[in-house]
Design a binder for this molecule. Structure first.
Ligand code: NDP
Length: 288
């Protein structure tokens, strides 16, 4: 292995500490604590783990975690009514509805119902549009975390060639928008891309968000490139990324490990978005 390891775990710990340090001055100025409401419907075990982790991290940052656990039998109307209540609650700064929802519920309608000013996941089309047009809004946590790691490593990204593999609304598309805003030359690859290695060969930055274990191979990557692996796949009880780590690490200049790379950044950015939402709601300037 020749690549430097990008330590997302330690960067995320620093970000969480910076967020926590800004909770106290917010309280001093407004008399209240930033609040994140997390809604979990049903019994999906992976979702329950994520929700527990988010609640714990929120409390550790000194913010209020408001958890709503609803049964599998919850109707669309009941869920929408809860979102309406949280939208109207001045103690709630951020609202997150854990996905996936049980099959009988319409996730799109639920996400559309969330007040864009409380949409700390950044999934509402208003926030996607704001990102695309360069207006302030909320950026999805995972690509925001990837961008932070890239800027920490490189500083100015201007002029770099970036390939984002994957075009989902929660990772690939916002990642491409963020890198475009930072003046990278961005290629978005997807399942219909012909000859992916051809594009990767020229990329200074590769972001892999494919959902296929060990998919991106080392011999596709330009020597010295920075590789950000968003993938989380369980193979034989072990977590692996979307990049074939061993072959990629022998070619890349820097690479995120899985676990311990992008993963910890997602929750840290959720806390950061919640803090930003709280400051915006109270119209208090935030000196990040
Ligand atoms: P999606 O399944 O929504 O999107 C996958 C994307 O990969 C699609 O755009 C798809 O193309 C593309 N793709 C599939 N096969 C190929 C292929 N053979 N060649 C090129 N592109 C291909 O996944 P997500 O974006 O939600 O997640 C991606 C990965 O990131 C997953 O492993 C997920 O677990 C992980 N993840 C990790 C997070 C974290 O906190 N670290 C958070 C969110 C996700 P097309 O559009 O044509 O179908």
């Amino acid at each position: 292995m020749s690549a430097a390891l990008i330590d997302g775990k330690s960067f995320a710990a620093g970000l969480r500490a910076r967020v926590a340090a800004l909770v106290q001055p917010f309280h001093a100025q407004t008399g209240r604590t930033p609040g994140l409401a997390v809604v979990l419907v049903g019994e999906d075990p992976a979702s329950a783990v994520y929700v527990r982790a988010k609640g714990k991290a929120t409390r550790e940052a000194g913010m209020e975690s408001i958890e709503h656990k609803l049964p599998d039998t919850t109707s669309q109307e009941e869920l929408l009514a809860l979102v309406d209540k949280l939208n109207a609650d001045p103690t709630v700064d951020g609202i997150l509805v854990q996905l996936p929802l049980p099959g009988h519920l319409d996730a799109e309608e639920v996400l559309l119902r969330i007040d864009p000013g409380k949409d700390v996941d950044g999934f509402h089309p208003v926030n996607a549009g704001r990102l695309a047009t360069g207006l302030p809004g909320f950026v999805p946590c995972t690509p925001l975390g990837c961008l932070m790691l890239l800027e920490d490593l490189h500083g100015d990204l201007s002029g770099m060639d970036a390939v984002v593999v994957g075009r989902s609304n929660i990772v690939g598309k916002p990642m491409a928008a963020l890198l475009t805003a930072k003046s990278c030359t961005v290629t978005v690859a997807h399942s219909r891309t012909r000859n992916l290695p051809h594009y990767l060969k020229h990329a200074d930055i590769v972001v892999a968000a494919v959902g296929r274990a060990n998919f991106v191979k080392g011999d596709w990557i330009k020597p010295g490139a920075t590789v950000i692996d968003v993938g989380i796949n369980r193979v034989d009880g072990r977590l692996v990324g979307d990049v074939d780590f061993d072959s990629a690490a022998s070619v890349a200049g820097a690479i995120t490990p899985v676990p311990g790379g992008v993963g910890p950044m997602t929750i840290a950015c959720l806390l950061r978005n919640t803090l930003v939402a709280a400051y915006r709601h109270e119209e208090v300037p935030l000196d990040e």
